[in-house]
Design a protein around this ligand. Structure first.
Ligand code: UD1
Length: 384
């Protein structure tokens, strides 16, 4: 079984690492394509080092651009790679532009090359079609032959869209495979100590969603709320390049003066800081899951989440929307007060998701319902 795996952006690297390792343990040839959607040392290379991922077999070097430009560049550059490798499976992960672009190329070439597409992290839905990631998720799931879900809340979403359950397999959360494998090394780094912070005595923040950082008013409101929180506990804020450029362009840096602003961090550094935080405030999808696995209270700075299992689990909560100084502060206080017993992670967040993914790739028979032909949604059985 030949497998071609795609990674493009920061949140992809921790998802592909365990899958590549599991494939190689079972002697399946696995080649990695890096699209180059993220390219800075701190957004890409450091993850390859921390996670011990071998250099990509193909680097497409697409870089930044509008959604259309970035997606189109990935498609153009990826097509010849797919033709050359002719894998049995193309594995795409997550919901970034590179995910959809490569799945789309493979779907169009399927009749000619016979390559099937597997989507890791299938079935998550925010219900917010304004998010580029939601568009990417829904379309990638529609194109994929095998949909590997990270949590049990994903299956009803797919059935409601008329997807044949024969195409779906529960895998669990592969990002948590990486977290478990790296946690001891991350703790040994002692990032809180290096920054002069007390474990459990600081707040960690990340922010990069266009809805929070591309609008000057929204960004100023969040920074204002963070400045208020910084009056009580140190606030550490590794800043995504998109956010840094907006803070500079909008001149809203005054509120940020009370915060410890850092450059983007490597995987282990970030995990060390997350593990030691009193509370995490974030608009990232991955951090909602990592805090759930670690039992760290999280406030999600978004209108909704495609990862509701993190809320039902008890570690995550949504800040009131639209974000205001008072609303974010109150959500932070509630999260701080909720610290306590760590519930066991959701099912399948156990460090063995990559093994289940390879099991599914090895055992998956082509679906009786051709891909792209939804079952009658009215007939689909949606579990309560
Ligand atoms: C992308 C993903 C998002 C994910 C995020 C994690 C899409 C639609 N969005 O958003 O789901 O949560 O990655 O980071 O795929 N830039 C750099 N250096 C880099 C990469 C980007 O400076 O290495 C800057 C560029 O100015 C670029 C901007 O960041 O225009 C945004 O990058 P882009 O990849 O378009 O989207 P993200 O906001 O990173």
């Amino acid at each position: 079984m030949n497998v071609l795996i795609v990674a493009g952006a920061r949140p992809n690297f921790m998802k592909v690492a365990p899958v590549i390792a599991a494939l190689r343990r079972r002697a399946h040839p696995a080649l990695l394509v890096h699209t180059g959607q993220h390219y800075d040392e701190g957004m890409s290379d450091v993850f390859f080092r921390d996670l011990e991922i071998a250099a990509p077999d193909y680097h497409l070097g697409v870089g930044s651009g509008s959604h259309a430009v970035q997606t189109a560049r990935v498609m153009e550059a990826f097509e010849p790679v797919l033709r050359e490798v002719r894998p049995d499976w193309l594995v795409v992960v997550g919901d970034v532009n590179s995910t959809l672009a490569c799945a789309l190329v493979a779907a169009k070439l399927r009749p000619e090359l016979g390559c099937r597409v597997a989507h890791v992290e299938a079935g998550l839905r925010s219900g917010d079609w304004r998010m580029p990631e939601e568009v990417n998720r829904v379309l990638t799931d529609r194109l994929a032959d095998l949909l590997l879900t990270p949590s049990h809340d994903a299956l009803p979403n797919l059935l409601a869209e008329g997807i044949d359950p024969a195409r779906v397999a529960f895998a669990g959360n592969v990002m948590i495979d990486t977290l478990r494998a790296q946690l001891a090394a991350a703790r040994a780094l002692d990032m809180p100590g290096r920054l002069g912070l007390r474990k459990g005595g600081y707040v960690l923040v990340t922010l990069h969603r266009p809805s929070n950082v591309d609008d000057p008013g929204a960004l100023a409101a969040v920074l204002d709320a963070l400045a208020r929180i910084a009056g009580e506990l140190p606030v550490v804020f590794p800043v995504h390049p998109r956010t840094r450029s907006r803070i500079e362009a909008f001149g809203v840096g005054g509120d940020a003066a009370a915060l410890h602003l850092l450059d983007p961090l490597g995987y282990r550094e970030m995990l060390s800081l997350t593990d030691g935080a009193a509370v995490v405030l974030t608009d990232s999808g991955g951090l909602q899951e990592e805090t759930t696995a670690l039992g760290v209270p999280c406030v999600t700075l978004r209108e909704q989440t495609e990862r509701p299992v993190t809320i039902s689990h008890g570690t995550n909560r949504l800040a009131p929307w639209p974000l205001t100084r008072g609303g974010v502060y109150d959500a932070f206080r509630q999260a701080l007060d909720s610290r306590g017993a760590v519930p066991a992670g959701p099912e399948g967040w156990d460090g063995h998701a990559a093994e289940r993914i390879v099991d599914a790739l090895e055992g998956h028979a082509p679906s009786p319902t051709p891909v792209g032909e939804p079952r009658d949604a009215a007939r689909a059985e949606v579990p309560a």
